[in-house]
Design a protein around this ligand. Structure first.
Ligand SMILES: Cc1cc2nc3c(=O)[nH]c(=O)nc-3n(C[C@H](O)[C@H](O)[C@H](O)COP(=O)(O)OP(=O)(O)OC[C@H]3O[C@@H](n4cnc5c(N)ncnc54)[C@H](O)[C@@H]3O)c2cc1C
Length: 297
């Protein structure tokens, strides 16, 4: 296996100092569920790494809290902790759902939200949800702190805006307005241990007479970076939610995916699959699930 120096940080300050000294050749180790697999597989993206800074013991980075309507997750919060959090289950239930479906119990107990973000896999389960929540990443370095929207932090498959010497310390989002409903559906290859082949995160809020006031649609593993598909959202905004409109929005989202990514070997499978997932997720979030099921029968 690839050889590197290893430092176990005992404080955030110590971690930032080690990362700063290591510069481009250093990286953080959180739960290790991506990084150690990458080292074992001799992943070319890790070939330059000469220093690994273990931040796994920094318990001050493992928290879930809410202050003045802003929900904050420490970078070391595990998928299991998020899935089980009563705050998250109420404030952003689709985030709890997404985290509950990551890998296996062992992976959920070790894997962290910060690691999921920084690994930036197109199939990462928390990313579409965090983009739908318009979440921000909080980054710390010896030089100070900066905040970047998740939608800009992820720059491409396995590529982020993390700078040398920086650590993600927190992910935060405003609690969705009262009346917001959410849904996350993932289509995995296998039920357990599945890395998402396709997923969809939906946040929907209806007003008087069931008119859609807020709609955010973010597919996972469908685009080079997780992003809202506004052309599909526009079909629903300002309209009363119906099965037909949800179907149209699903089809539009699939068309947008093809427009952005072009035709690939997987396109004939992905187009109907993402269209159907999107329709189902919109209807589930809108409380029309039964109607949709009956209409397909
Ligand atoms: C069998 C298996 C199944 C899996 N299934 C899923 C799945 O269903 N869905 C899914 O989304 N993922 C899945 N994963 C991937 C992985 O578990 C997640 O991406 C996890 O959240 C990574 O977190 P970690 O703490 O283990 O990250 P690590 O492996 O420790 O780190 C990952 C990357 O992020 C960097 N990093 C970590 N924390 C920070 C930080 N705070 N600041 C700066 N950089 C940081 C590291 O340097 C590294 O580059 C699976 C992995 C395995 C092995």
């Amino acid at each position: 296996m690839h050889k590197f120096d290893y430092v176990k940080a005992r404080s955030l300050e110590e971690a930032l100092r080690a990362l700063s000294q290591g510069g481009e050749k250093a990286c953080a180790l959180a739960g290790g569920t991506d990084l150690l697999v990458g080292f074992r597989a001799e992943d070319a993206r890790l070939r330059h790494i000469e220093l690994v800074v273990d931040i796994g013991d920094l318990t001050e980075l493992a928290y879930i809290r809410e202050e003045n309507g802003c929900v904050a997750l420490g970078a070391l919060t595990t998928h299991a902790a998020i899935a089980e959090s009563s705050l998250i289950r109420v404030a952003a239930p689709f985030l709890a759902t997404a985290c509950s479906q990551v890998g296996s119990p062992q992976i959920r107990n070790r894997g962290t939200v910060g690691g999921n973000l920084c690994n930036a896999s197109p199939a990462a389960d928390t990313l579409p949800v965090l983009v739908a929540l318009e979440a921000e990443v909080v980054l710390r370095s010896l030089g100070g702190e900066r905040r970047v929207p998740v939608s800009r932090f992820v720059e491409g498959p396995h590529r982020t805006g993390l700078r040398p010497g920086e650590l993600v310390t927190e992910v935060r989002f405003n609690r969705p307005l009262p009346g917001s409903r959410t849904c996350f559906i993932k289509l995995g290859r296998r039920k357990a241990m599945s890395i998402a082949r396709l997923s969809i995160a939906v946040l929907l809020r209806t007003g008087d007479g069931g008119v859609v006031e807020e709609i955010r649609l973010v597919p996972g593993a469908a685009l080079p970076v997780p992003a809202r598909v506004t052309a599909a959202e526009e079909i629903l905004r300002g309209q009363g939610l119906t099965v037909e409109l949800a179907r149209e929005a699903g089809e539009k989202l699939a068309q947008e995916m093809v427009r952005i990514t072009g035709q690939r070997w997987s396109t004939p499978y992905k187009v109907p699959a993402i269209a159907a997932l999107t329709r189902r997720a919109i209807l589930t979030a809108g409380g029309l699930e039964d109607v949709a099921t009956r209409s397909q029968a």
